[in-house]
Design a protein around this ligand. Structure first.
Ligand SMILES: [Zn+2]
Length: 421
């Protein structure tokens, strides 16, 4: 991805730098050749050359670009799960994914970690974004998702004679788990997404207390993935699935819903980040009925929302790491509403706006494995910046409103916002 040339000065706003430090009033950010050279009080800013680009924050907020840590660009706002693998061919899914990537960038998300992909679209989407062919967040790519046969993602009954080739690699036993990861290595993914547990979405045979992979399968996935320098994550709701994932050496946990003390201790010992993705549950409860969601499914989502919120609070209090990502791409939780996750954490989970923003910036970049170059506004880092007209610490909901975005920058290059290139 190209970086900007020359110097840019962003001033006349508070600085929320993403490190968790208190906001700096009347701040300035100076960018040279796409990297930050100064972030702090305007009074201490170095002089910028004549002809430098100026961006006026209008008394609002200068902050790092947001990071979507559980992003599915290929999930195309489906109303029924099985639409994911049968509704469209890969050609159209690819176009939809490119559209969703641009939308995420316009929503202030300058980086994202994929939580699983249809076909192998994310790997190629990442390349197109990196080569400036399409606009989108800097992407950490996942591929097809791994699940045990008969598990949550294996939803087509055999009589339909439809496989799940576009979405998941179904495995029976550690040997097949290893083979699936090797296929993903060849596909070029960075993250391996797995399904250790079920979900409220499948209350009959794969609910949120059900295991969908054995420990041996999960361990085989991690060993093979780590050998090839890939990272592993998993959809972990049931307590035993969380413990299995941590013992197997998972690099992150998605959801981490029912966390007991033993699991929490293991999590903290390994400093494993968790991406709760609670807005998905919240939206399912609010809007599920409009889409014909069964009451048993909605009841399950209520249980996982409560469990997930409690676990998130315990992890934060204990000093653990949390990323913000919302599993967007379902009809009731569509693309473009990404920052609802942040509002939910402030209004319903009890995080402060500053804590929530730190999770959505610094920790998000750490999850991508790029904490050294992204996620905070500090000298030396890439200038991925969001400038918002308003005080996001006073009203986190402003981040849901793209019309308030003065500028969205990646590497100092203006990509979206009111100020046009
Ligand atoms: Zn997901």
């Amino acid at each position: 991805m190209k970086t900007a040339s020359g110097t840019t000065l962003i001033a006349n706003g508070q600085l929320v730098d993403g490190t968790g430090a208190a906001a700096v009033a009347d701040a300035a950010l100076v960018i040279e050749q796409g990297r930050i050279v100064y972030a702090g009080p305007a009074s201490g800013a170095p002089e910028v050359p004549r002809g430098a680009r100026n961006i006026d924050a209008r008394g609002g907020t200068i902050m790092p670009g947001l990071v979507e840590a559980h992003y599915h660009p290929t999930y195309f706002n489906v109303a029924a799960l099985e639409d994911l693998d049968i509704k469209y061919p890969v050609e159209y899914v690819t176009l939809l994914a490119a559209h969703n990537a641009q939308l995420a960038l316009e929503c202030g998300y300058t980086a994202a970690r994929s939580g699983g992909s249809l076909f192998n679209v994310d790997v190629w989407l990442k390349k197109a974004i990196d080569e400036d062919l399409v606009l989108g967040p800097r992407l950490a790519a996942s591929g097809r998702e791994i699940c045990g046969v008969g598990g949550l993602m294996d939803w087509n009954p055999d009589y339909r004679k439809i496989g799940m080739e576009g979405l998941v690699l179904l495995v029976n036993g550690p040997d097949e788990a290893r083979a699936a990861v090797r296929k993903l290595v060849k596909d070029g993914v960075e993250w391996v997404k797995t399904y250790p547990t079920g979900d409220a979405a499948a209350p009959d045979t794969n609910d949120h207390h059900t295991l969908c992979m054995t420990f041996e399968e999960m361990h085989a996935v991690v060993q093979t993935a780590h050998n090839h320098k890939l990272k592993v994550t998993g959809h972990c709701r049931a307590t035993e699935g969380i413990r299995n994932a941590l013992r197997a050496g998972y690099d992150t946990l998605e959801h981490g819903t029912f966390m007991d003390t033993e699991a929490l201790d293991l999590l903290l010992e390994r400093n494993t980040p968790v991406i709760p993705a609670l807005q998905f549950e919240h939206a399912s409860i609010l809007h599920g009925p409009e889409f014909g969601m069964l009451q048993a499914v909605i009841d399950g989502h209520k249980e996982t929302l409560e469990g997930g919120a409690e676990s998130a609070r315990r992890i934060l209090r204990a000093g653990g790491r949390l990323g913000m990502g919302g599993d967007y791409g379902f009809a009731w939780n569509p693309h473009g509403t990404y920052a609802k996750e942040l509002t939910f954490f402030v209004e319903h989970v009890g995080f402060t706006p500053l804590e929530t923003i730190t999770c959505a910036t610094r920790t998000g970049a750490e999850i991508l494995g790029r904490g050294h170059e992204l996620g905070t506004l500090e000298a030396g880092k890439l200038a991925d910046v969001l400038v918002v007209d308003g005080d996001v610490l006073g009203n986190i909901g402003l981040l849901e409103d793209r019309s308030r975005f003065i500028a969205v920058l990646q590497g100092g290059v203006m990509k979206a916002g009111q100020v046009r290139p």
